[in-house]
Design a protein around this ligand. Sequence first.
Ligand code: URA
Length: 246
Amino acid sequence: MQIIRIQKVIADTGFCSRRKAEELVLQRRVKVNGHPARIGQKIDPVRDLITIDGEKIIYNRKKQHVYLMMNKPRGYITSMSDDRGRRCVTQLLPQTDVRVFPIGRLDLNTEGLLLFTSDGNFANDMMHPSRAVTKTYRVTVRPDITDEQAVKLSEGVMIDGRKTAPAEVRVLDKQPNRVVMELVIREGRNRQVRKMCEAVGLEVARLKRTSVGPIKLGMLKPGTCRELKAEELKALRAAVKKPERK
Ligand code: URA
């Protein structure tokens, strides 16, 4: 356990200087475990929950790599910044003292699980086609899906001049004029799910990624993030491990 003064913890995250942190504390914008912080208050930055204006900050004194998951809402682009002023997923990230970037991308109007890390090697491994990490999507299509369309999606369809790898397709719910299906793919081609659906004549009404490999979105609120738990990271590392050379 490590006990450190609140203004030093804030400054160590890179959020602002120690003096500015004191001002934030005086303005009652900093909370520790939900209670307004006091100047000089000693806290355990690993265990205590620290927020500034309601946003959680992540303390990482040893500058270890950070692994986060976000429930990306629709209407945000997967980009660090945008010169056209569009909303970026980075605006939803918590303050961390290492720079994190998204692993792969979700389109403007796709929602759901998006992973972030500061670990470039890990991100490269995750995105490498040879690792074939599964991505599971919940796809709402209109008006209906025929068996033939489902079979085509699962066997592979031509997009951008190349056939997609086999996918798993499962119809979860059928309503008049609307069907929800689960689609599991192992590739990560540009707008892949939308293009696959278009190729078989399906209109996508809603697209949400619900898992990446063993990581599940679960009940994470849209627009929020959390760190991956140790067991989640371990499972993900196992899923992206290089195949052993014989
Ligand atoms: N497939 C798509 O079409 N869009 C995404 O954002 C992800 C997968």
